[in-house]
Design a binder for this molecule. Structure first.
Ligand SMILES: [Zn+2]
Length: 332
């Protein structure tokens, strides 16, 4: 058989590139797809339990190695859509609320076994909690009722990723990822829930115009001198973007924090006056030159947004993109 000439090969390559181009363009456009949603629980009296406990029911609170909405050094979803808990292979996993299985993937060939449980959390609200990188236990089906005292899965063996539980709150279609900290607001081991998300506990005082928000990253760094390799790490700084009365966007950088909580006064930073409408959003810039957390040295991607929104957000947003995520307050 005659071998194809170089010309034929070249034409084939050109054709393949031409065919792939629209696909690549679609992937580029998807950077600004919406994948996150900020929506707190309406009723905080429905306490979530730990997904990890002893046979006697004693709850463990594993170390968090990567938070929801955290920029990370991978080619996959970035920021991270969910929270990673360090749990050893084979350990049993329990649902954090009673509920019903609404999604089940028992194929663990690529370490993507997954269960989504729908649970009622009061005030006419349901949450959907996903458990990923697990091996679902035998006997579970779609529609199975599950209880916080009965395990649903084991941590899967290391096939593509280090063994861990990836857990998150998703929407009914498993497309959007919600912030997660408010489910664990009474858990000291998880810093009152703040270990779950890059940003947590935004507070605005509409009398004084004071604002505070907690922000940091969690890593399993190579630097084992630091918490044996795990830890909470400060950001390099946060940026507060603001627009006064729908004008152009400006920003101010804030580096000082107290126990990872950043506090500032909206009237002072914007130099606005009483009655001004302030639109705002905040970015967290990870410290890539940290001596303590060596995980991200040279990582190209280091930004998280509050409110979390985009799939792969750029360092700065256009006026229209900013308008999509911005929150609004009125200065007193
Ligand atoms: Zn994960």
């Amino acid at each position: 058989m005659k071998r194809p000439s170089c010309l034929h090969i070249n034409i084939t390559i050109i054709l393949l590139v031409a065919l792939a181009l629209p696909l690549l363009m679609v992937m580029g456009a998807s950077d600004y797809d919406r994948v996150f949603k900020q929506e707190p629980l309406k009723d905080n009296s429905f306490i979530a339990l730990s997904p990890y406990k002893s046979i006697e029911g004693f709850e463990y609170w594993p170390l968090i190695t990567s938070k929801n909405n955290q920029a990370r050094y991978v080619s996959g979803t970035n920021p991270h859509r969910g929270t990673d808990l360090s749990i050893q292979v084979g350990e049993l996993i329990y649902p954090i609320y009673d509920g019903e299985i609404v999604f089940l993937n028992q194929d663990i060939s690529s370490q993507t076994g997954q269960i989504i449980v729908k649970s009622y959390v009061g005030n006419d609200q349901y949450v959907y909690i996903e458990y990923l990188h697990i091996a679902p236990l035998e006997g579970l089906n779609l529609g199975s009722k599950v209880y916080t005292s009965i395990p649903i899965a084991r941590i899967d063996t290391n096939k593509r990723y280090d063994c861990h539980l990836h857990i998150g709150r998703v929407d009914e279609a498993n497309k959007l990822h919600f912030q997660f900290y408010d489910l664990f607001g009474s858990v000291p081991a998880w810093n009152m829930g703040s270990d779950m998300d890059v940003f947590s506990n935004p507070q605005f005082n509409n009398q004084t115009n004071d604002f505070s928000i907690t922000a940091y990253v969690s890593s399993d760094t190579d630097n084992t001198d630091y918490y044996g390799g795990y830890g909470r790490f400060p950001l390099e700084y946060i940026e507060v973007y603001y627009s006064i009365n729908y004008g152009s966007w400006q920003k101010t950088i804030i580096s000082n924090h107290t126990n990872f909580t950043y506090t500032f006064n909206f009237k002072e930073i914007t130099k606005g006056k009483s009655g001004d409408k302030i639109r705002y959003y905040i970015t967290a810039i990870r410290d890539n030159d940290s001596d303590a957390d060596t995980t991200f040295k040279g990582a190209p991607y280091r930004i998280s947004y509050y409110p979390a929104y985009f799939a792969h957000p750029a360092y700065s947003l256009t006026y229209e993109q900013a308008g999509l995520i911005a929150l609004e307050l009125t200065l007193n």
